[in-house]
Design a protein around this ligand. Structure first.
Ligand SMILES: Nc1ncnc2c1ncn2[C@@H]1O[C@H](COP(=O)(O)OP(=O)(O)OP(=O)(O)O)[C@@H](O)[C@H]1O
Ligand SMILES: [Mg+2]
Length: 227
C-alpha cells in the first residue's frame, strides 16, 4: 500500500510542484498518472523513491513512513520501487543482458543466479535472443522492453513508468502497455505517468489527474478526459 497524505513539494526557487496531494494505491493496482506538463507527475515518482523529499505531508509505503527512513535503507527502497524512463537510460557500452543484470550485480547477487534471472526476464519481455546485443542495435520498442526487464529483474513491488511510451510509435506503445499490464496481473503495482490519451482510453484503468500540483480527479476505469 502506498499512501500520500497532504504531500507538498516546493523547490528552493519556490516552485510548487505538489500542493497537499493525497491518495492511496493498494498493492497490485494499476494507475495512470496524467495531467499537463509541469503538473507534478515525475515529482510524485521521485518522492516515492526518495530522490527528493517532501516539504510537507506524509508518504507511507508498506507501513513505513518515508520521512523516517534511514539513509542506508534507500537503495532497498529504490529496488522495491523500480523505475522505467521515457529515454530508457540504458548504458550504451553494455549489452542488453549486462544492462539488465547491473542492479543485481550491485546488490551482490551471485553470477550464476544473476545470469539465470536475466535469462528469465529476457524471455518474459520477449527478447530471449537479444541478450548479447548492444542498445544501438535495438528498436525503440525493444529498448523499452529492456528498460522494463531491468526494472522487474529484482522482483520489485512497484513499477514506476515515467512516460514509457513517449518515444514509441502507437503499435510499440500499445505493446509496452500490454507488457506492463501483464506484469501488473502478476501482482506488481504499476504506476504509469503519461500524456498518451489513446492508451489511457483503451486500457481504462484508474486515473489520477494532476493539475498545478493538485489532484483534480481520481477515478476508476476512467478515460483521459471526462466525457
Ligand atoms: N529540481 C527542480 N527544481 C525546481 N523546479 C522543479 C524541479 N523539478 C521539477 N520542478 C518543477 O516542478 C513542477 C512539476 O514538475 P514535474 O516534473 O513533476 O512535472 P510533470 O507532470 O512530470 O511534467 P511533464 O509531463 O512535462 O514530465 C514543474 O513546475 C517543474 O518545473
Ligand atoms: Mg514528467
Amino acid at each position: 500500500m502506498i499512501v500520500f497524505e497532504k504531500v507538498s513539494k516546493q523547490f528552493s526557487d519556490s516552485t510548487t510542484a505538489l500542493d497537499r496531494v493525497s491518495f492511496q494505491i493498494k498493492t497490485g493496482e494499476f494507475v495512470f498518472l496524467i495531467g499537463p506538463s509541469g503538473a507534478g507527475k515525475t515529482s510524485v515518482m521521485k518522492l516515492l523513491r526518495r530522490e527528493i523529499s517532501p516539504s510537507g505531508g506524509t508518504i507511507i509505503i508498506e507501513d513505513k513512513n518515508l520521512n523516517a527512513i534511514p539513509k542506508k535503507d534507500i537503495p532497498a527502497l529504490r529496488r522495491s520501487l523500480a523505475m522505467c524512463y521515457q529515454d530508457f537510460k540504458l548504458l550504451n557500452d553494455r549489452t542488453v543482458a549486462e544492462n539488465i543484470g547491473l542492479s543485481l550485480e550491485i546488490a551482490g547477487v551471485a553470477e550464476e543466479k544473476k545470469n539465470d534471472l536475466v535469462k528469465e526476464v529476457l524471455k518474459k519481455v520477449g527478447l530471449e535472443k537479444k541478450g548479447n546485443f548492444f542498445p544501438v542495435q535495438l528498436s525503440g520498442g525493444e529498448l523499452q522492453r529492456v528498460g522494463i526487464a531491468r526494472a522487474i529483474v529484482a522482483n520489485p513491488k512497484v513499477i514506476l513508468a515515467d512516460e514509457p511510451t513517449g518515444n514509441l510509435d502507437p503499435e510499440a506503445a500499445f505493446d509496452i502497455l500490454k507488457l506492463l499490464k501483464e506484469i501488473n496481473l502478476a501482482k506488481t503495482t504499476v504506476i504509469v505517468a503519461t500524456h498518451n490519451v489513446e492508451l489511457v482510453n483503451k486500457f481504462k484503468e484508474r486515473v489520477i489527474e494532476l493539475k498545478h500540483g493538485q489532484i483534480i480527479r481520481d477515478a476508476k476505469k476512467a478515460k483521459y478526459a471526462n466525457e
